[in-house]
Design a protein around this ligand. Structure first.
Ligand SMILES: *[C@@H]1O[C@H](CO)[C@@H](O)[C@H](O)[C@H]1NC(C)=O
Ligand SMILES: *[C@@H]1O[C@H](CO)[C@@H](O)[C@H](O)[C@H]1NC(C)=O
Length: 290
């Protein structure tokens, strides 16, 4: 018998079964979750950028730090689709409700049939499970992306160390304006013990003290700054070395920030994920597929 002669039979069975979520539906549902997760994931990167700024010497603004983090953001975007589709579909929701012999078990394709079908109705019926799968996938992807063994991590670390190093230079320059004054003030205090309070006229008020660098004679700043960088360099190099472990610790905890963003309670079975549920709109969207 030719295959073609079976076609009418095959088609005849189609109206009886609910469509599995395949093709457009799979892509659409996966993209819907990724789209909804854009906001909590961006929140994670923003928090991470703020925390990294805190450990960097010049405290660059978050946009600047997000620039250093770009390889991680790109890696997330590259892997997110594939990971999410796999996590939802073959891993839990199984397309058509067929057992290993290719038969539809009794009670299928109703949601409570013995096989978890990949139909839109089933996705909606098992919504808490679906919601957790999407969260768990995003959480673990964030965790694996910041693995310090990867080239991506090394790129980010390098960018941040470079920025920190050049910022040390800036700070050294700016410290060389401030620090000598501290030194010379200390020297002045020493002198003041012996001599009269010379120069107290300009620097006695708090407001005057704030603007002291400008009012100081440039000659004394210049001569004092010659010695100060030598004293400051070891201190800053030590801090630069401290940035690496601090950066690692910030990035290792990135996925934990997703838990905060989603309102996760840590218990899978009862995890309502109040901020990462999107239940009404997502169910409506899923059911828009036949
Ligand atoms: C979530 O996804 C649905 C379906 O794509 C969309 O209609 C909705 O606007 C999204 N909500 C958010 C907050 O991104
Ligand atoms: C959560 O995700 C991890 C990593 O993808 C996976 O190994 C694990 O089975 C998932 N857990 C659940 C309950 O889906």
């Amino acid at each position: 018998m030719r295959f073609w002669s079976l076609l009418p039979l095959l088609f005849a069975t189609v109206p009886a079964t609910v469509s599995a979520c395949e093709g457009d539906c799979m892509v659409g549902v996966t993209n819907a979750w990724l789209g909804n997760y854009t906001s909590p994931v961006n929140f994670v990167w923003l928090k991470v950028a703020q925390q990294i700024s805190d450990i960097m010497p010049g405290h660059p603004d978050t946009q600047t730090v997000l620039g250093y983090l770009q390889p991680l953001l790109t890696a997330y975007k590259k892997q997110a689709y594939q990971g999410m589709e796999m996590a939802i579909f073959p891993n839990y929701f199984h397309g058509k409700c067929l057992d290993s012999d290719g038969n539809e078990p009794d009670g299928c394709p109703n949601p409570d049939c013995p096989i978890v079908c990949g139909t839109p109705g089933s996705l909606v019926h098992f919504y808490p499970k679906l919601r957790f799968i999407a969260y768990n996938q995003t959480y673990h992807l964030l965790q694996s992306i910041v693995d310090s063994e990867t080239d991506t991590y090394q790129q980010v670390e390098q960018a941040i160390m470079n920025a920190a190093a050049s910022d040390h230079g800036d700070r050294r320059r700016s410290y060389s304006r401030i620090y000598p004054r501290v030194l010379s003030d200390a020297v002045n205090v020493g002198h003041n013990n012996k001599a009269s309070h010379s120069g107290s006229g300009s620097g006695s008020s708090a407001a005057g003290r704030d603007s002291v660098p400008a009012s100081r004679p440039t000659d004394s700043s210049r001569s004092a700054s010659l010695g100060s960088p030598k004293m400051l360099v070891p201190v800053f190099l030590k801090r630069a070395q401290d940035i690496k472990p601090a950066l690692k610790s910030v990035l290792e905890q990135a996925h934990g920030l997703l838990a905060n963003a989603c309102g996760a309670d840590g218990v899978e079975a009862t995890n309502g994920l109040p901020h990462c549920s999107w239940e009404v709109i997502m169910k409506e969207f899923i059911l828009s597929y036949p």
